[in-house]
Design a protein around this ligand. Sequence first.
Ligand SMILES: Cc1cc2nc3c(=O)[nH]c(=O)nc-3n(C[C@H](O)[C@H](O)[C@H](O)COP(=O)(O)OP(=O)(O)OC[C@H]3O[C@@H](n4cnc5c(N)ncnc54)[C@H](O)[C@@H]3O)c2cc1C
Length: 343
Amino acid sequence: MANHSVPSMPICIQENISLKKFNTFRFDATARYLAIISTLDELRDATHWANYHAIPIKMVGEGSNLLVTEDVNALVLINRLSGLTLTERENDYLLTVAAGENWHKTVTYTVDNNMGGLENLALIPGSVGACPIQNIGAYGVEAGEFIDAIEVLDRETLTTKWLLKHECQFAYRDSRFKHDWATKYFILAVRFILNKHHEIKASYSGLSDLLPLEPTIKDVYKSVCQTRIKKLPDPNLIGNAGSFFKNPIVSQQQYDALLRIYPDLVAFPMKDNWKLAAGWLIEKAGWKGYKKDGVGVYEKQALCLVNHATDDGKKLMLLEQAIKQDINDKFNVELEREPIRLV
Ligand SMILES: Cc1cc2nc3c(=O)[nH]c(=O)nc-3n(C[C@H](O)[C@H](O)[C@H](O)COP(=O)(O)OP(=O)(O)OC[C@H]3O[C@@H](n4cnc5c(N)ncnc54)[C@H](O)[C@@H]3O)c2cc1C
């Protein structure tokens, strides 16, 4: 007979917890409920309890792509599922990694074992479980290229299943997990296919200058790490979420018009369109190094907004709006935020 008793609150759930240490911007706000999840049973129990009481659930990894601006009247789950398995096949490796594992540690593991593919994505902060959400990318490579399948928990039925890569609709900083799957699944694990005959991608500008003529996987990894350390703010020292805006995609016509006015415009060709360097637009508009109300634009990379000294994420949203408006006024280009607001 079905059990209709009211589920009691699982012991892993705590009440009224500060989110400051759970987001790399280090903005403060309170989660009504929060649980650190280390096992599938804990995840199922917490989800069942919240579903029963109609409490919304927010899954968080390492909080490096989150914008926290206000108290969250929900159950925040911090994913710390762990484990990694490797299967060697004739032509490739299958690497299955639990969602709560650290992304950079996973990349380092593959490089240390001479498995190619993920080396261009070294030093991106965050968890493995979040890598498919926005299909993380850097230096000409995207995680989706190496994903074979993703294990998920259905939030309603509490059953698990594997979703195949072709179902995920990976695109530039995008996937179905940001759209129709946003409230449907929790990611439990990601399976990567790493081909033994891997082609090294080292031509990306800024990377190739540091590399020998025939670079190894480890050379690329080291050069990516060096470049990132030089260019990007370390979240342990200054609050940030990496690139704050996506690179906007414009038509050939709009690109031509901009190029006539700005011959130094930085843009990357796509199949039918152009991807403009959002950092170039923001720097050109004079925002680089700007500081106000404890937030600002990083002095070495205009694409990164930073938290110098405030707990209040709303200050950053005001800066975001001011930059968006200015870029629209000056270039007739709409910027879109990359980090996801936790509400
Ligand atoms: C200094 C710096 C540099 C960065 N550089 C890059 C870069 O080069 N390229 C790039 O693409 N990104 C970059 N980022 C952004 C960030 O590192 C990635 O988006 C990363 O994948 C976020 O991982 P996370 O675990 O911190 O996710 P979180 O910020 O915790 O979550 C991000 C989103 O994913 C969802 N989510 C997280 N885990 C799960 C799960 N298991 N199941 C379902 N949903 C989940 C959350 O609900 C949220 O919507 C950078 C960030 C920083 C701070």
